[in-house]
Design a protein around this ligand. Sequence first.
Ligand code: SF4
Length: 365
Amino acid sequence: MLATREYQDIEAKVMRGERLTREDGIRLFHCHDLAWLGALADHVRREKCGDIVYYNVNCHVNLTNICTSHCKFCAFGRDADEKGAYAMTKAQAIAVVEDAMRDPNLAGLHVVSGLHPTWSFEDYLGIVEALHKRFPKLYMKGFTGVEITHFAEISGLSVEEVLRQLRDRGGLQAIAGGGAEILSDRVRGELCPNKATADEWLEVARTAHKLGIKSNASMLYGHIETLEERVDHLLRLRALQDETGGFQTFICFPFLPKHTELGEHVKQTSMWDDLRTMAISRLMLDNFKNIKAYWVMLTVPVAQVALGFGANDIDGTVHKETILHDAGAKSPRALSEDNIIRIIKEAGRIPAACDCNFNILRIIE
Ligand code: SF4
């Protein structure tokens, strides 16, 4: 490759398969040679995962947007008496999935919601149990480390017991990656002091992995965090992955400021930053197999380019995304499977439909 003299040592380390340090990560965030960074990340992706790009035919179900947490970066959460607040019944949640079932290839559900002030753990569990009973063939991925910490708090159960019940009664097969935001007490203290701390989020993942439940990881960047805090976030995930091996994919979420409390003070990230962060995530997270380009937040064109910057996973059809469109996401609310396949093939890669644990269901040659 063609690293400038300044970055030749990092390129040599990557080529030798040597782990990058915190200092390396910080230096990469100051690199302006985006093409080189992308090529390096793409090299690692090719060596580690080949040309398959994973996607899901899935449906997002957000049970309620009523939330006690009031995170400053969130445009989805509402107070119960606020315009647009909703809380689904079992029948309403089932109706959402029935609508999505018009797609014969629908393989699974992604369920995440607000922290409702009066719902009990049983209320959440009862709905996913009803969904699981009504649609037993659909995989169930859901709930973030934040929600699971909340369920433990409101039920008095341990995190482990909450996870067992979600798995055994609710059919939970994998945990969603959201809620990690930036794993820094400083950032969380300023932006989301009312929900799981960094340590609590990591502990949920650790406990789930011990139980054999895989989870995803994420990073919400582009708000008040420093570049050093981005690198430290990646290092905390890398350390836990060394310990458990239970993370399946890492998702870069650029912060979407519209309609959020932070929106007046923070500009949306540039495509440059999004691609740079994607590539550095691939390079720093040397023990993660999969890196996701989440088209809903990145937009479809940027997600497609991100497939050349280290990503090998493009999420799914989604079927009516809500959370990020409340924050002004400009992408469509859903993509057809044909569209996803086209996006992947145009990037010269091989689409593979998978379930929430990355088991391949179909390869589209
Ligand atoms: S990010 Fe999640 S926890 Fe925070 S306010 Fe929004 S819905 Fe609630």
